[in-house]
Design a protein around this ligand. Structure first.
Ligand SMILES: Cc1cc2nc3c(=O)[nH]c(=O)nc-3n(C[C@H](O)[C@H](O)[C@H](O)COP(=O)(O)O)c2cc1C
Length: 372
């Protein structure tokens, strides 16, 4: 597949984000790569991997745990709750900045998606409703357990952990943080009218189901300032066995509650033709990043149109940047794109991580794509 961005493309225009200027509106979507050390410190290869992709207007990091208990969906995912982890994120921030890029860290708690064999902790969620999925543990594939419903005191602790993790990200030199409230993880679980069966202030009405995500946004904004905060949501997304009979009301409640804070951006994973996208766009007047779900695939012509009409502020691209460190250059030239290799998405080591060639490196072979 090739696509050529015109010189005056809307996606190539600079945009302010996190109090700084991103060179273009092609952002790198968060991508878990499972290469962190066992203690959740990003690997020595991470600075190279991210800085190779610094021509993205903004890099959003792989999902990163806000505390030890927030881990456990996949092996070797990073955290940002120890000094050692923070030091490595500081190296990554410096490398990306030296290469001319900007970077936010995506903050998550995996909630009911955790397996105790990975996390070492009891699995928790809004209610005792399990994700009916198998996950890879150190001793093979196992079903996810029924989570224990969090107490209100534990919820307050988790809000504080998002705040502390955001502080660490800024102290590490990152440009901001993205709060992960998408794809079936803890904050998304609370938003769902199926997975969240609570009868207290965090369940029931759309406002109550939106309360945890809103409290996290408010705490993080209070800690690091609104412009450095992004929020990712995925209304109706079935990742993580997520079920939502109503994919709009809790999101509208969330966005209505936080919109006056003027956070840096809202990042929505959705097919733009879905009614839930129109519902979000109606409520949300601030900067909006669109990422089309994996099941739909990227259509650069659609993204360019949406950006030129002002419907979206930027587009986030996942696998395109994973396989093409120089994706922006390739799109400017209409060059062929490297295909992502799924076998190495979550495999340890440098293969499929830091060895995807740029056009310069692949020479004649890739340049021949210019003609096609
Ligand atoms: C290997 C891989 C890892 C992912 N990890 C994350 C993640 O850590 N956080 C997140 O919010 N989404 C994650 N996603 C979803 C992507 O951000 C994105 O929504 C999805 O890949 C669709 O975009 P694309 O078609 O441009 O790749 C991941 C997707 C892939 C393929």
């Amino acid at each position: 597949m090739t696509f050529t961005l015109a010189e005056d493309s809307a996606l190539l225009k600079p945009i302010e984000v996190g109090g700084t200027v991103a060179a273009n509106r092609l952002f790198m979507a968060p991508l878990t790569r499972s290469r962190a050390d066992a203690d959740g410190t990003p690997s020595d290869l991470a600075a190279e991997y991210y800085s190779q992709r610094a021509q993205a207007g903004l890099i959003i990091s792989e999902a990163t745990a806000v505390c030890e208990q927030a881990n456990g969906a996949y092996m070797n995912t990073p955290g940002i709750y120890t000094d050692r982890q923070q030091d490595k994120w500081a190296e990554i921030a410096s490398a990306v900045h030296r290469a001319g890029g900007k970077m936010f860290v995506q903050l998550w708690h995996v909630g009911r998606m955790a397996h105790p064999d990975i996390s070492g902790f009891e699995t928790v969620g809004p209610s005792a409703v399990a994700a009916e999925l198998l996950t890879h543990t150190p001793t093979g594939k196992k079903p996810l357990p029924v989570p224990r419903a969090l107490t209100v005191a534990e919820i307050a602790t988790i809000v504080g952990q998002f705040r502390s993790a955001a502080r660490r990200a800024i102290d590490a030199g990152m440009d901001g943080v993205e709060i992960h409230s998408a794809n079936g993880y803890l904050l998304h679980e609370f938003l769902s009218d199926v997975v969240n069966q609570r009868t207290d202030a965090y369940g029931g009405s759309p406002q109550n189901r939106a309360r945890l995500a809103a409290e996290v946004v408010e705490a993080v904004v209070d800690e690091i300032g609104a412009e450095r905060v992004g929020l990712r949501i995925s209304p109706g997304n079935k990742a993580g066995d997520m079920r939502e009979l109503d994919d709009s009301s809790a999101y509208e409640a969330l966005l209505c509650r936080i919109k006056s804070l003027n956070i840096g951006y809202l990042h929505v994973v959705i097919e733009p033709s879905k009614p839930a996208f129109a519902a979000v766009r109606t409520v949300w007047e601030g900067p909006l990043i669109l990422n089309t779900p994996r099941t739909v695939g990227t259509d650069f012509a659609v993204l360019e149109n949406l950006a030129s009409w002002g419907v979206i502020s930027a587009a986030a691209i996942g696998r395109g940047f994973l396989a093409n460190p120089d994706l922006v250059t390739r799109l400017q030239l209409g060059a062929a794109l490297n295909e992502p290799d799924e076998a190495t998405f979550y495999a340890p080591g440098p293969a499929g991580y830091i060895d995807y060639p740029t056009l310069d490196q692949s020479g004649v072979e890739a340049l021949s794509g210019l003609a096609g």
